[in-house]
Ligand binder design. Structure first.
Ligand code: SF4
Length: 242
């Protein structure tokens, strides 16, 4: 499914050449993609006839080439491109599309950066590809080590849902940090201290910091101000990160 005008605060469009996934850590507990996939299956959406089972959509591999207007494109909001059931050859073709669609900036986010590092040498890391991993608490801090080995022009962390303090996280080699609390039914609370610790680490090191939301059961009530202001930094000068 391709969604233009994404509701995700830090991107502009989404592209899902694969859908479906399996859970790997606490950050997956209330997976939004799983809820959505089940809903779309119930609604009879043909892309989601397999529900949340990993599914390849061959016909969508070159979709961004058809979008002429430059956009920030979030890759696989409904899946994880580096899931073990996605063949390496398929990932190589997704990267070839991103290489050719140089008008766009692609933001690829995974909870499986160990596979990215393993096959990074097979992929063409043009400077319109930003690579990120999710870090919800220190139990998955090792993901950052794998990400650091990837030669992307921008390496970013999505600390959402932030479930614990990341004060001891090593941010070396990271260019952008996105922080957000969990939202929706059963949302686990984010301590303001955890969001501030990361902000202060980013400010100290000149890393772009994006505060997405507090989250909560009714996220529109909690807003996205941290210490009376918004934090919407996004890496902009790509050559800075070469
Ligand atoms: S890795 Fe992402 S898409 Fe996959 S189950 Fe976890 S949260 Fe959902």
């Amino acid at each position: 499914m391709a969604v233009m005008n994404s509701h995700i605060e830090w991107t502009e469009a989404t592209w899902n050449p694969t859908t479906g996934c399996t859970k790997v850590s606490e950050g997956c507990r209330h997976c939004y993609a799983e809820t959505m996939a089940k809903r779309l299956k119930a609604m009879g959406q043909p892309r989601y006839q397999n529900g949340f089972k990993l599914t390849l959509h061959e016909d969508l591999v070159d979709l961004p080439l058809k979008w002429k207007k430059p956009r920030k494109v979030f890759v696989n909001s409904m899946s994880d491109l580096f899931h073990k059931d996605v063949p390496t050859d398929f990932i190589v073709r997704v990267f070839a599309t991103m290489n050719a669609a140089s008008q766009h900036t692609f933001q690829v986010l995974t909870k499986r950066p160990e596979r990215v590092a393993e096959i990074a040498h097979l992929l063409n890391w043009t400077d319109n590809i930003w690579m990120g991993t999710s870090v919800e608490d220190m139990r998955v801090a090792g993901r950052v080590e794998h990400l650091r080995r990837v030669p992307a022009v921008v390496r970013f962390l999505s600390c959402e849902p932030l479930l614990g303090s990341l004060a001891d996280l090593n941010l070396e080699g990271i260019h952008w940090v996105i922080v957000g609390g969990e939202s929706g039914p059963g949302a686990r609370p984010m301590d303001a201290k955890w969001a501030r610790e990361l902000r202060d680490k980013c400010l100290e090191r000149g890393i772009a910091y994006f505060f997405k939301q507090w989250g909560g059961v009714q996220k529109h009530r909690t807003g996205r101000l941290l210490d009376d202001r918004t934090w919407d930094e996004i890496p902009s000068t790509l050559s800075t990160y070469a």
